[in-house]
Design a protein around this ligand. Structure first.
Ligand SMILES: C[S@@+](CC[C@H](N)C(=O)[O-])C[C@H]1O[C@@H](n2cnc3c(N)ncnc32)[C@H](O)[C@@H]1O
Length: 313
């Protein structure tokens, strides 16, 4: 197990540091602090006169990361990154030099059998980032119609075999409830032909779809993409790592369509062969970076009056 009780290895770390270029004294937000790998490296760059505001929806992730980041200039808050304007207002911060979002789930969440993220888990099929918020995935599997399940797997998982999987779920749940991740994964394997790529489990897309649905991930991403730009100082940097095409498309379009931003990465940055050798999780990671234009006006002006802060270098 790596530093501070986390198993999570941060992806594209050098590339994120190059993109955000944190300088001593700056204030940077890590909107998805997870195991704290990115936050730790950024905190070391901003130093004792700077600040990293670390957010996560998952209270257990914050408990874990607190120890790792102790003694560093980090303020941890259990929150959704789309609430960043209100959170900064509460902290009396009128603008930040950079924001990082590293989307999706962490290896710690994946490894916890009680959370249900792993296909082999005999724990409950939960899949919530915050176990106290919203509905667990097994409830969706239990109550949605075949048609609705099919739409969900198609829309959020881009799963070709959605109709078959949805029909099978409805057949099986008439006889016995589907409550664990292992039960659902087995059911999907029984109706989906094996892919040639054995690195990808046949239930990957179904689990992705359910996870996106229970956490409302794409809606928060769309809202966050607009609201976070409000919080950037002129010249402030926004770096976003996504792990599948549904996320990456939204990031790409939001960057392109936001008149307040200059896009830095025409094409997304991906992991080097060396990183892929060390960390297979980096395989699907895509980093996009944008800068807030120096003269951009704030569209959603819900921040308190500006406190003096040095401009980003
Ligand atoms: C890939 S992990 C981040 C890993 C982290 N960068 C590191 O170095 O360890 C993603 C984290 O984002 C959190 N998360 C997902 N959606 C979120 C949201 N809307 N707001 C805040 N945190 C979120 C998850 O709970 C998870 O802990």
């Amino acid at each position: 197990m790596a530093a501070g009780g986390t198993q999570h290895v941060p992806v594209l770390l050098a590339e994120v540091l190059a993109a955000l270029d944190p300088q001593p004294g700056q204030t940077i937000v890590d909107g998805t602090v997870g195991g704290g790998g990115h936050a730790e490296a950024i905190a070391d760059r901003v130093g004792p006169t700077g600040l990293v505001v670390g957010l996560d929806r998952d209270p257990l992730a914050l408990e874990r990361v607190e120890q790792r980041l102790a003694g560093r200039p980090v303020k941890l808050i259990q929150a959704n990154y789309s609430d960043l304007p209100e959170l900064l207002a509460q902290l009396g911060i009128s603008g930040v030099h950079g924001v990082l979002l590293d989307l999706g789930l962490s290896s710690d969440q994946l490894a916890d059998p009680e959370r249900g993220f792993s296909f082999a888990s005999s724990g409950p099929l939960d899949l919530r980032f915050n176990p106290l918020e919203g509905e667990p995935a097994w409830r969706l599997v239990e109550r949605l119609s075949a048609e609705h399940l099919q739409q969900l797997f198609s829309r959020y998982g881009e799963e070709r075999f959605s109709p078959r999987i949805a029909r099978r779920i409805v057949e099986v749940r008439r006889r016995q409830p589907i409550r664990t991740s292992a039960e659902l994964a087995e059911l999907v394997c029984s109706v989906v032909p094996r892919s040639h790529d054995t690195r990808i489990h046949p239930a990957t897309r179904v689990f992705q779809a359910l996870r996106i649905a229970v956490n409302d991930e794409l809606r928060w991403l769309e809202i966050g993409l607009r609201r976070i730009v409000d919080c950037l100082l002129p010249g402030g940097r926004l770096a976003i790592i996504s792990f599948h095409s549904l996320e990456d498309r939204r990031v790409k379009e939001a960057f392109r369509d936001d008149a307040r931003l200059d896009v830095v990465t025409r094409h997304p940055v991906t992991a080097s062969p060396a990183e892929l050798g060390r960390n297979p999780r980096a395989r699907s990671a895509k980093l996009r970076v944008a800068l807030r234009k120096p003269d951009a006006t704030t569209e959603h002006a819900n921040l308190p009056p500006k406190k003096a802060l040095s401009p980003p270098r």
